[in-house]
Write a protein that binds this ligand. Structure first.
Ligand SMILES: Cc1cc2nc3c(=O)[nH]c(=O)nc-3n(C[C@H](O)[C@H](O)[C@H](O)COP(=O)(O)OP(=O)(O)OC[C@H]3O[C@@H](n4cnc5c(N)ncnc54)[C@H](O)[C@@H]3O)c2cc1C
Length: 223
């Protein structure tokens, strides 16, 4: 597909440090829920600094949407995206990604690792096919939870949050461990979807292994 220059239509915050960026969609540009592309900013000095981001909207919509956690201390692309305005341009490349929906499952996300699941849940919800899938979402504090109200309305009791740095009513507390995974039924589903930072992925994969979840039941992408 090559590279496409696209104009930004809207930029807003979905949490204190996460942006939603809506852009034009290039003609004949197709993606599956869960897939990503490399994005750079079409601005002098930034065109070649490409970073992977996931499409978070539905594939048949007339625009693209990205949901991006920003890291000002890195002084990298996500910090620069904080300066973005409607009319500015991004460059997107080919579509790829290892997370695709295979069937009902337990989706485990850490922070911005939820982005492939945003598109998948929205897609399955639009088709009325969410079934009994669950989202186990790990964040530091409640204010870090991306699209809390939307996930709650789509998933109800199947939306489970765990916070590592805040004790708060209605949220589990601590880091994901084997008891937590077992309690939330990882052994009852055919598929476990996993996406988050490397250290979290490594630890959860070990825990799933200890709980006898087969490696080929795990659909994963490291952020
Ligand atoms: C397939 C895939 C899809 C993804 N989709 C999304 C998505 O939809 N949304 C999302 O939010 N994220 C997503 N990510 C993660 C995202 O790509 C990174 O967060 C992003 O690349 C960070 O870019 P950056 O330029 O701001 O910082 P980086 O590229 O991480 O860092 C820039 C520079 O900052 C320095 N640096 C690195 N770490 C630190 C640190 N801890 N403190 C200080 N300086 C540091 C280094 O010198 C580095 O070169 C995805 C990742 C993958 C692999």
């Amino acid at each position: 597909m090559g590279q496409h220059i696209i104009k930004v239509k809207l930029v807003d915050h979905v949490t204190h440090d996460v942006l939603r960026i809506k852009t034009e969609k290039p003609a004949s540009y197709n993606f599956e829920p869960g897939q990503a592309t490399r994005v750079s900013i079409n601005k002098e000095g930034w065109e070649k600094k490409k970073r992977p981001f996931t499409f978070t909207n539905l594939p048949d919509e007339d625009h693209l949407e990205f949901t991006i956690k920003t890291y000002p201390p890195h002084e990298g692309v996500t910090n620069e995206l904080l300066k973005l305005k409607p009319g500015d341009e991004l460059i997107v490349g080919d579509v790829w990604g290892t997370i695709n929906y295979k069937g009902e499952g337990v989706f485990i996300a850490g922070g911005a690792g939820v982005t492939p699941f945003i598109s998948i849940f929205r897609y399955m919800n639009a088709k009325n096919k969410l079934g009994n899938s669950k989202l186990l979402f790990a964040n530091k504090t409640a204010e870090d939870i991306i699209h809390k109200d939307e996930f709650k309305s789509m998933l109800g009791q199947n939306f489970i949050n765990i916070l590592s740095q805040e004790v708060s009513h209605g949220f589990e507390h601590g880091l994901i461990n084997e008891d937590f995974l077992k309690k939330h039924g990882v052994n009852d589903y055919d598929y476990i979807y996993l996406c988050g930072p490397m250290s979290m992925m490594k630890s959860i994969e070990e825990q799933l292994h200890n709980l006898n979840v087969k490696a080929d039941a795990i659909v994963k992408e490291e952020f």
